[in-house]
Design a protein around this ligand. Structure first.
Ligand SMILES: Nc1ncnc2c1ncn2[C@@H]1O[C@H](COP(=O)(O)OP(=O)(O)OP(=O)(O)O)[C@@H](O)[C@H]1O
Ligand SMILES: [Mg+2]
Length: 308
């Protein structure tokens, strides 16, 4: 069994009277890449700040490498590194100077580690320029490089793709994969880019208003939302017939959606008994983005219903 590096249990955290996290659990084992996903204000950054020890939970526990980050921050930082945006930079210093100072503070004097970090984020050529002249995306890249010297066992990134161009996003994915596959770095990141999350991570946790909404591997979440979609006329009559047969049909995108697949033949036979015509029948596996959007929509409708 791989070692558990990070364990969050039943964590609650509020700012004033407003709860930002309400009962969140999360584990990360060595070698995993895990994403935190959720709408603006759902609590992702707050959770990462609890992991970094900037905040302490009001209820529940946070544990990294068996340590409490709020009380044992210096020890935690020997193995875990964090990149929040925007990175804390000094405009007059160059990228290389930033890395040198930070490396020294962290007890890393290896110039090879520093050069590797610059190369990893593609900043070698601009390394001796003052960061005052860096674009937002370049500052983000430097923020990541700063989290890599010395190389951590656990890397925690808050929206690392923010401000990056499409090519840089692609490169970042390759960099994170390489860090995990070749250097054994485990990674927790928050992101709004579900296409990237789907391609990169082993597991994701979706937060909604500080509560866990969905959790699993991208494949599991897509498979759970897989369904059959069909178009047949007249729709209300077809829906009634399918429901009566126990294949609960919901109106969806101009057609009907069945959570289970009874098989094309069975549906054709059923509709033929009433001379109803089937125009389209297909199995659909939605993208991770569609899974999340429809879950959020249902959640918001449910909340609106509760409020009435
Ligand atoms: N310093 C703060 N003071 C007061 N409330 C805060 C503070 N930081 C965050 N909050 C509130 O806590 C909740 C969660 O915020 P958080 O920044 O963790 O969300 P997020 O998921 O990171 O959002 P985003 O996707 O926009 O980055 C929000 O309601 C936010 O308004
Ligand atoms: Mg955030």
């Amino acid at each position: 069994m791989p070692e558990t590096l990070l364990e969050v249990r039943a964590v609650h955290r509020r700012y004033g009277a407003r709860w930002a996290l309400r009962g969140v659990d999360l584990q990360l084992a060595a070698g995993e890449i895990v994403a935190l996903v959720g709408p603006n204000g759902s609590g992702k950054t707050t959770l990462l700040k609890l992991l970094a020890g900037f905040l302490a939970p009001h209820q529940g526990t946070v544990c990294l490498f068996g340590l409490d980050p709020a009380r044992q921050r210096a020890q935690v930082m020997q193995s875990a590194r964090f990149a929040f945006a925007p990175p804390p930079l000094y405009p007059a210093l160059t990228a290389r100077e930033h890395l040198r100072h930070l490396g020294r503070m962290a007890g890393c004097h290896s110039s090879q580690a520093l050069e590797e970090a610059l190369a990893t984020v593609g900043l070698t050529e601009r390394a001796d320029e003052a960061v005052a002249g860096f674009s937002f995306g370049m500052q983000q890249r430097l923020g990541l490089a700063l989290a890599l010297v010395p190389r951590p066992r656990l890397l925690v990134l808050d929206e690392p793709t923010d401000g990056l161009d499409p090519l840089a996003i692609l490169e970042l994915r390759a960099v994170l994969r390489r860090l995990r596959d070749e250097h054994g770095v485990s990674i927790l990141l928050s992101s709004h880019l579900l296409v990237e999350v789907d391609k990169l991570v082993d597991r994701l946790l979706v937060l909604h208003e500080g509560r866990p909404l969905l959790a699993g591997t991208p494949r599991e979440l897509r498979a759970e939302a897989a369904h059959v979609w069909l178009r047949a006329d007249p729709k209300p009559q077809v829906q009634q017939l399918l429901n009566a047969a126990g294949w609960s049909a919901e109106a969806s995108e101009g057609g009907l959606r069945l959570a289970q697949d009874p098989g094309l033949g069975a549906v054709q036979q059923l509709l033929a008994t009433q001379q109803l015509s089937l125009h389209e029948y297909c199995q659909r596996e939605p993208s991770l983005e569609q899974v999340l959007l429809s879950k959020l929509r249902r959640e918001r409708n449910r909340e609106a219903g509760d409020a009435l």
